[in-house]
Ligand binder design. Structure first.
Ligand code: MG
Length: 388
């Protein structure tokens, strides 16, 4: 039996109480579609093997556009009701190998803390279902024609969120057994109807459903407020040798010798790649491009820098600033400085004022002073979302 955990992401809503004329799963928060936020949060969790996406009729191309290349196992068409859409997704999973566990989630809750998924999957060891829930803080009253009616006792009441986690076979058979004339607002009640216990785990305020226009404003503000600034540093040295080209900051610099080593040995770009990876805490250039791998021999280092910029973009990061220092006796860097800044700015897609290139000598001391090699230092400042 498969041990897979599949996330079933339901994004089949057609209308929008949130205003605007596009369904809310395709609206942008922080420049990124709601659906993409949800997919990224699920894909990031190490326990989730596959994501199956259910969209409404005619929404497949809009979904692909919103995903912008993010991989999902399948995009399938849902039904008129949420229950029907979930059923379609479960049947798809069943017909493509099944799963041990499934997390059923509404795309309109785009921010999914890892810890909630941890709690849900942990609870599945003790019951066939688990759902996140929060206590009800406000006083509840019945609305009797706009007059306050009786207070509803909130003791013992919980607000239920998604994702909802289930043993796959149990929720599939519960859906198949459900009377299709009835509607259900969530999947937990469908399983419960079949006698399956549902464990309540602690939910999270960040899982709030986006329903109204003000929910989107709040989500935007939250995203902006929780960015964190990261700084990374990099350092590299390459040996000067005869019969080598000299590449610095992606520019070929005329000189009687060039740098030897891995790739084109552009010491400045190597330091900068390490600074960017350092700010992401994602290892170093050697772990991403091992010098032992022949495919990187002689390659333009601009490719490593493009890759680092993609890693930043993948984390929804912004490169605020990079600062490079070249340490060498010769050649003189001054005449090339502007071209170097422009080239780095071009590769990283930054404006010129965010790219600094400086140079210094070591007063003829050490390997740089003896013109045996060139060293480079780099610092990169990033802004990253820090929601979870
Ligand atoms: Mg290097």
């Amino acid at each position: 039996m498969t041990e897979k955990t599949v996330a079933l992401l339901v994004a089949a809503g057609q209308g929008s109480r949130a205003g605007g004329d596009i369904p809310k799963q395709f609206r942008l928060i922080g420049g990124k579609p709601v659906l993409a936020h949800a997919v990224d949060a699920l894909a990031r969790h190490p326990a989730i093997d596959d994501i199956v996406l259910v969209v409404g009729a005619g929404q497949e191309s809009a979904a692909r556009e919103a995903l912008a290349g993010r991989p999902v196992a399948a995009i399938i068409q849902g039904a008129d009701s949420r229950r029907g859409s979930v059923r379609a997704g479960l049947e798809h999973i069943a017909s493509s190998g099944g799963a041990a566990h499934v997390l059923i989630h509404d795309a309109a809750r785009p921010f999914i803390p890892d810890a909630v998924i941890d709690r849900l999957l942990c609870a599945l060891a003790d019951a066939p279902g688990a759902i996140p829930a929060l206590p009800v803080a406000d006083t509840l009253v019945r609305n009797e024609n706009s007059l306050a009616g009786d207070v509803v006792d909130r003791d013992g009441l919980s607000r239920v969120q998604t994702p909802q986690a289930f043993h796959f076979d149990m929720i599939l058979s519960a859906h198949r057994a459900w009377d299709s004339a009835r509607e259900a607002t969530d999947d937990a009640q469908i399983l419960r109807h079949c006698g399956g216990d549902i464990i309540l785990v602690a939910g999270d305020e960040r899982l709030e459903k986006l329903t109204y226009a003000e929910d989107f404003l709040r989500a935007e503000a939250r995203l902006r407020a929780v960015r964190s600034t990261r700084t990374g540093m990099g350092y590299d040295v390459h040996r000067l040798a005869a019969n080598e080209e000299l590449w610095l900051c992606g520019i070929r610099v005329p000189h009687e010798r060039g740098l030897a080593g891995h790739s084109d040995a552009d010491v400045a770009i190597h330091a900068l790649v390490d600074a960017l990876l350092g700010a992401l805490a994602e290892g170093d250039i050697g772990s991403h491009f091992p010098p032992s791998d022949p495919q990187w021999r002689g390659v333009a280092s601009s490719r490593f820098l493009e890759y680092a910029a993609e890693r930043v973009a993948k984390r929804d990061g912004i490169i605020e600033h990079v600062d490079l220092t070249l340490i060498c006796e010769a050649p003189k860097i001054g005449p090339y400085r502007q071209a170097m800044r422009s080239r780095i700015a071009e590769i990283l897609g930054l404006s010129l004022d965010r790219v600094s290139v400086k140079a210094t000598t070591t007063e003829r001391l050490g390997f740089a002073g003896r013109r045996e090699g060139i060293a480079a230092q780099a610092v990169a400042t990033l802004s990253l979302p820090a929601l979870f």
